[in-house]
Design a protein around this ligand. Structure first.
Ligand code: UDP
Ligand code: MG
Length: 321
């Protein structure tokens, strides 16, 4: 087991999950054993401060398929998934949260789907979000709308990080040179053939959310900056708008001055503030344009991945740049 490649790797990022961990294992263990294929359960401990690490090592003693990877410090859900992707050996890799919001029973359905259909990604898509609070649902809807526009692809709405991918996808993700990746965007962006499995998301089985506000904001910023330089260019547009407005101000201020109704000094103050403000914003935007260019070239993402080439058609091909 230790050296052979398992059929399935299940990657679970965990941060301070001591409360849910026993329930998670209780449900996961018989389920994985019953799948009828070799597997590894790869738990990435994202620098937990509670007893998660100790409980993991304890459980691994009599569960050889349980593999524990520890990150030195809390690096975030996405970074923990990256670590899992780099370490996973399976032919198929499933990512799932520890809190049992995503029912592990769906993994069997993922496997059946990928074996039946010629796809590389099976997304778990929530058919119902009623277990989430109203603010969470609204912010999530906004997030997915915006992301569809930025990625320029139809990314599956309400597909979080519960999915199965094949080795081809894992290798392609690992080959991406940029860090700070957001898996739920990068995977659709790669463009491998995919399908969806719908499921009902449950409440967190135990413990509390490990996604605090600052982590959510971080995810939103990472999502935007990984795919778009639009915010950098915002200043250019504000500058142009400010320029147009300052034009109107100048005319207005001169008219007031000429009709002799202005307070001494007012005209020159308004002119200076509006014109200089517009020039400054425009220059900032100009800088933004150059930074945006640098940013895009420094990401060094492959422009495309080839999925099939009739010249090399001996079964399934690995993607090449
Ligand atoms: N998680 C992590 N590192 C973090 C935050 C969260 O590995 O810094 C894990 C967490 O243990 C869980 C998953 O990411 O397995 C999703 O977190 P959570 O369920 O708290 O998020 P929510 O469902 O509330 O959005
Ligand atoms: Mg959760």
């Amino acid at each position: 087991m230790r050296d052979t490649q398992p059929e399935l790797s299940v990657v679970v990022p965990m941060y301070d999950e001591e409360e849910v961990l026993p329930i998670f294992f209780e449900r996961m263990h018989p389920l994985l054993d019953g799948l009828g294929c070799t597997y590894e359960l790869l738990v990435v401990d994202d620098g937990s401060r509670d007893r998660t690490a100790a409980l993991l090592l304890e459980a691994a003693k009599d569960w050889p398929q349980l593999r524990v990877v520890r990150l030195l410090r809390n690096s975030g859900h996405q970074a923990a998934q990256s670590a899992g992707f780099r370490r996973a050996r399976g032919r198929y890799v499933v990512t799932i949260d520890a809190d049992l919001q995503d029912p592990p029973e769906v993994i069997a359905e993922f496997l059946a789907t990928v074996r039946e259909q010629d796809v590389d990604v099976v997304y778990g898509v929530r058919s119902d979000r009623s277990s989430d609070s109203w603010p969470k649902r609204t912010t999530a809807r906004l997030y997915y709308r915006l992301m569809c526009r930025l990625v320029g692809k139809q990314i599956p709405f309400d597909a979080a990080d519960f999915r199965l991918v094949t080795r081809r996808v894992v290798d392609a993700v690992n080959a991406l040179p940029d860090d700070g990746r957001v898996f739920r965007l990068v995977i659709p962006w790669l463009g491998f053939p995919s399908t969806e499995v719908r499921y009902v998301r449950a409440e967190r089985a135990a413990g509390t959310t490990k996604y605090n506000l600052s982590k959510m904001v971080r995810l939103a910023f990472d999502s935007v900056t990984a795919f778009s330089a639009a915010p950098l260019r915002l200043a250019t547009w504000l500058g142009l708008l400010g320029g147009a407005m300052s034009g109107l101000f100048v005319i207005g201020a001169l008219v007031i001055k000429l009709t002799g109704r202005s307070i001494p000094g007012w005209t020159s103050t308004v002119l200076a503030v509006s014109v200089i403000g517009a020039i400054q914003l425009f220059c900032l935007g100009l800088l933004g344009e150059y930074v945006a260019r640098l940013f895009q070239s420094s990401q060094r993402r492959p422009q495309f991945l080839v999925g099939y080439d009739s010249l090399e058609d001996h079964g399934h091909q690995d993607p090449v740049h």
